[in-house]
Design a binder for this molecule. Sequence first.
Ligand SMILES: NC(=O)c1ccc[n+]([C@@H]2O[C@H](COP(=O)([O-])OP(=O)(O)OC[C@H]3O[C@@H](n4cnc5c(N)ncnc54)[C@H](O)[C@@H]3O)[C@@H](O)[C@H]2O)c1
Length: 264
Amino acid sequence: MLMADKTVLVTGTASGIGRETALLAVREGAAKVACLDVHDQNNEETAHELEKMGAEAIALHVDLGDVDQIRTGFKSTLEAFGRLDASAHIGGYSWRGETLDVTEDLWNLVMNVNLRGTFFCCQEALRIMYPQGSGAIVNMSADAAFNPIYGFALQAAGKGGIVNMTKTLALEAAPRGVRVNVVSPGICRTQKAGANRPFQPPLKRETAPPSDAVERLGDMTAIGRYMTMEEVANAFVFLCSDRASGVSGDLMFVNGGGYPTLEY
Ligand SMILES: NC(=O)c1ccc[n+]([C@@H]2O[C@H](COP(=O)([O-])OP(=O)(O)OC[C@H]3O[C@@H](n4cnc5c(N)ncnc54)[C@H](O)[C@@H]3O)[C@@H](O)[C@H]2O)c1
């Protein structure tokens, strides 16, 4: 099994890809899982589910926009489990809107959760992993960072920053036995059952895409369908595992081949 006896931390575990990754890690043998999310009720349900599957699990309230809470979350994980083999930083959200509607407060809110939150999760994971001389970190990007999509300038800045940060961190971490990678998923329907993202004012674009674009998004991918949460979780769990021992500083797309006909 890919994660036999491993101690794992996952952010964004109240819902969606983060939850799926925690579940898959335990199906692959992970023994201890720390679940970090801001939505307590659903996060506790995830931890409970992991315990029913035979793992030791803790649900920790962490707002990724708050660096002190991130530090406390990692400290509590180390106190509870004594080590950390893999850290998957998945929590966050996308925000789509006109650049002229992005206030300084909104910029701070979105960037603090997605980019700053991911950076400080990496920092805390490295603090634990360097003394161990081993560990794997996997961050979450988004295809909006690579394919210009109307209204995603803020999103592209944050999720693109995560990719560049990952590659540089990987260089620092490699000689200390720690791998750092990043996954960029394609379009994936998730429960969206965690924290609410900030309000998105309507787009004011002059040339609108077809009115059924959202329903047809899956058809516009090369593979002709949405990605599943499990397909994305598989990438996270593989990169967290020793099976990926030679992979670091890598960006793995899970998007079924991209978007030859994207009109969105
Ligand atoms: N679903 C997709 O198509 C897609 C595509 C590209 C990237 N992503 C990325 O995948 C990640 C997971 O999203 P998802 O699609 O599973 O959606 P989701 O809404 O189902 O899950 C997001 C999780 O992040 C948590 N979260 C949000 N803000 C938080 C905060 N401030 N502090 C702590 N936790 C917070 C939520 O509570 C929730 O549990 C996000 O980073 C998202 O940007 C998703």
